[in-house]
Design a protein around this ligand. Structure first.
Ligand code: SF4
Length: 465
């Protein structure tokens, strides 16, 4: 029997008794790599996996590599070869996993094409995702009371996927960064695994949320993570594409929230073509006048939002745009406010929320000159909502006679209430679906139905399935 010679002490500690799956572990490299190994081993043990002392006794082997100097690269490649020859099921992680050869190809995959998966360093989530994929988790009666998708407060058929925490911006009306800190993106492999678990559990609509979805990956310089053994960039576009592909496998939808109109959002619009990434963007614009946006210190305030919106609609005429605005921000003149109204007339935002500015304790906007009196703030909010009501009425009226796909949220005595691609839960309108005439046709929560729209008001639609 071939012993795993490079296995660290922690991995050989006595494992719990029972027929749990066994993982062999080879740890190479510097102390940072060693800590990564410890974290992976801790997680393995926490999930009930045992560690194996020999390649033959393992159900799968993880090799944590070093890619620093040539000798270390060679040692890592040899260790992978040894594990492949003796065991056959090998997941590779660590610095060498992120290394490319002179031709730009993945070095490990080139030398050892039979490895199951390769991740870079500091990739606990991705490594665990690969372990779960190739060696399913042992049943643990207490932990397994938790479903793989975790505890969710949403109905079974939709769920939120939080892709990052914190924010790098410092909008003058907002105190979120002081509470939650700068942007920290979650590893992409971990997100994909969570999304897969959610789809497997019956989720039909996945709502991507964060403080700034477009900035996903900025904090880690868009480094590559791994999903299903393939490298994938920690970037909004790649994440959206991968989620869309996954959603397609499960016949589900992906909806994007809190998208700032950075230039790369243009690349996301074509991903909305096949209906799995919904043609829907929630873009919190807050204002349209450049001076107000400057005082608000808004991200992407230099972008030409109107031009962008028109260009996106030209690419995908079904695109629904949701946004929020603030009326009566400190210093907002009547002319600046009317500029906002003109923008709204042109942009024809589908779904809009408007708040009268309200000073949040600790926000720097409170120190700005010329605060707008409360009654003026409220009056301006009312004017925005009145305008929006007419825009929304017209846009929804244009859907009468069309057939739209609806996800059923709730059954009612007269039929069901659902949402189309244009309606996010809780914040947008709904589609009231009449009970089908044919007795064999049944409506169910979490089901998609095609609904012919017969009526609309300024918020909701009505139709027959
Ligand atoms: S409002 Fe501005 S600072 Fe606050 S979370 Fe959003 S982008 Fe970040």
């Amino acid at each position: 029997m071939q012993e795993i010679s490079r296995i660290p002490k922690t991995a050989t500690a006595a494992a719990p008794a029972g027929a749990a799956p066994k993982v062999g572990f080879v740890s190479l490299g510097c102390p940072k790599a060693l800590v990564d190994s410890e974290n992976i081993l801790t997680q393995l043990r926490a999930e009930g996996y045992e560690t194996a002392k020999s390649y033959e006794g393992a159900d799968l082997v993880i090799v944590n590599t070093c890619g620093f100097i040539d000798a270390a690269v060679q040692e890592s490649l040899d260790a992978i070869g040894e594990a492949l020859a003796a065991n056959g099921k090998v997941i590779v992680t660590g610095c060498l996993g992120a290394k490319k050869d002179a031709a730009g190809d993945d070095m490990i995959k080139k030398v050892h094409p039979k490895v199951l998966a390769v991740t870079g360093p500091h990739a606990l989530g991705e490594v665990m995702a690969e372990v779960h994929h190739h060696l399913p988790k042992p049943h643990e009666p207490f932990l397994d009371l938790l479903p793989p998708q975790g505890v969710k407060l949403t109905p079974k058929h939709y769920a939120y996927l939080k892709i990052s925490e914190g924010c790098n911006h410092r909008c003058s009306f907002c105190i979120i960064p002081s509470m939650r800190g700068d942007l920290v993106s979650r590893p992409i492999g971990e997100l994909m695994l969570e999304a897969e678990n959610l789809f497997k559990s019956g989720v039909k609509e996945l709502l991507v949320i964060s403080q700034d979805t477009s900035a996903y990956g900025v904090d880690v310089k868009f480094r590559s993570g791994f999903w299903n053994g393939r490298p994938i960039k920690t970037h909004m576009t790649q994440l959206t594409e991968a989620l869309g592909q996954l959603a397609k496998q499960y016949g589900a939808w992906v909806r994007l929230h809190y998208v700032y109109p950075y230039p790369h959002v243009d690349q996301v619009i074509p991903l909305m073509g096949d209906g799995h990434v919904l043609p829907y963007l929630d873009i919190p614009m807050q204002h349209a006048h450049p001076d107000v946006l400057k005082r608000m210190k808004r991200p992407a305030s230099g972008e030409k939002n109107l031009d962008r919106i028109l260009a996106w609609r030209a690419m995908n005429p079904d695109l629904t745009i949701r946004s929020t605005f603030i009326a009566g921000f400190p210093g907002e003149t009547e002319a600046e406010f009317e500029y906002l109204l003109d923008f709204l007339k042109e942009a024809q935002i589908d779904r809009l929320g408007c708040f009268a500015y309200s000073p949040v304790e600790g926000a720097t906007a409170n120190l700005l000159d010329n605060p707008v009196p409360e009654e003026v703030r409220e009056e301006r909010r009312g004017r925005v909502m009145l305008l929006q009501e007419e825009i929304s009425r017209q846009r929804l009226q244009a859907k009468v006679g069309k057939t739209v796909r609806v996800l059923i949220d709730e059954l009612t005595p007269s039929g069901a209430v659902g949402r189309s691609a244009a309606d996010a839960p809780e914040i947008d309108g709904v589609v009231y679906v009449k009970k089908p005439y044919e007795p064999h046709k049944k409506l169910a929560v979490g089901q998609f139905v095609d609904v012919e729209i017969t009526r609309a008001d300024a918020h909701d639609l009505w139709g027959d399935s």
